[in-house]
Structure formats: C-alpha cells, structure tokens
Design a protein around this ligand. Sequence first.
Ligand SMILES: [Zn+2]
Length: 155
Amino acid sequence: MSAPQGCTGNVWSDLTGGHPGFDMPAEPGYRLGTDRPIDGPGIGALIGAAFDGCKPCQVRWLDALQSDPLVTVRVVELAAQFTQQALGGIPSAMTTTDPASSLSEPFRALVRLGADAGDNHRPMYAAAVRLDDAGRRAAINDAVDSIVGHMALGL
Ligand SMILES: [Zn+2]
C-alpha cells in the first residue's frame, strides 16, 4: 500500500500505514464470542494517523475498518479503559441517551453495553454486528478521538 495523497507522515511503511509508534498486537476475539483475530495492526495504524492529525490516513483506515465489528468493540473498549484510568470512572457524557450529545449514539450505546455487562463483552459485539457501516464508523471515530485525547495528555 502506498501513502494516500496529502499524507503528513514522515515515514511510510506497509505495516503501520505511515504513522508509526502504536504497536497494537492482533489478539483473538474469543472473549467477544468469535475466534476471528482482532485487527490490532489496523487499529494501531488508525490511532497513529489520528494522533498525527493526518486526515487522509484516518479516512483510509476508517474506510478499511468500518465494516469490522471486532475492531469497533476493541476501540470502544480501549476508549473506555483510557477514560476509566484517567478519571476513575465513565462520565455520563459517554453513556447518555440525550440526542443532543456531541458523541454519536452508536458510540454511547456500545459504552453503555460495556459498562452494564462488566467483563462480558459479547453484548457489545452483538450490537456492533447489528450496526451498519456508518454507525460503526461513527463509533470508531469517537473512540479514536477519545483515545488520542488521553494519549495527548500523556496517559
Ligand atoms: Zn498519513
């Protein structure tokens, strides 16, 4: 794969998508009820592009990942974990059903399911399967924004 036009990355590699530094291993999806591996490298590349503020690469990776419910659940989990670590809990802004929220409903719905289910993340996965590509893309986008926000604060 080559860098999309307008990529701001200094280094382009086939593995990281040009924004290195976010090494996220592929891991099995067993705890989500599937034996398919979670695309860690894809998630790492998307987060790397977002951290670098590279829109062309974010768009490219969102295009590539939006159909994947495993990726969707994993990045929402990561966003919740980072938030939990930083704030000691999940703020109501991330779980509200208020349609005026600045966060997408698919993202908030998945965070709600994750908070309600504790360590059982299968309901999140089932919900992510039911979302359409636009819904998953919105959830992934909000999750990555949150993750990058925490990373920028040095967590
Ligand atoms: Zn780029």
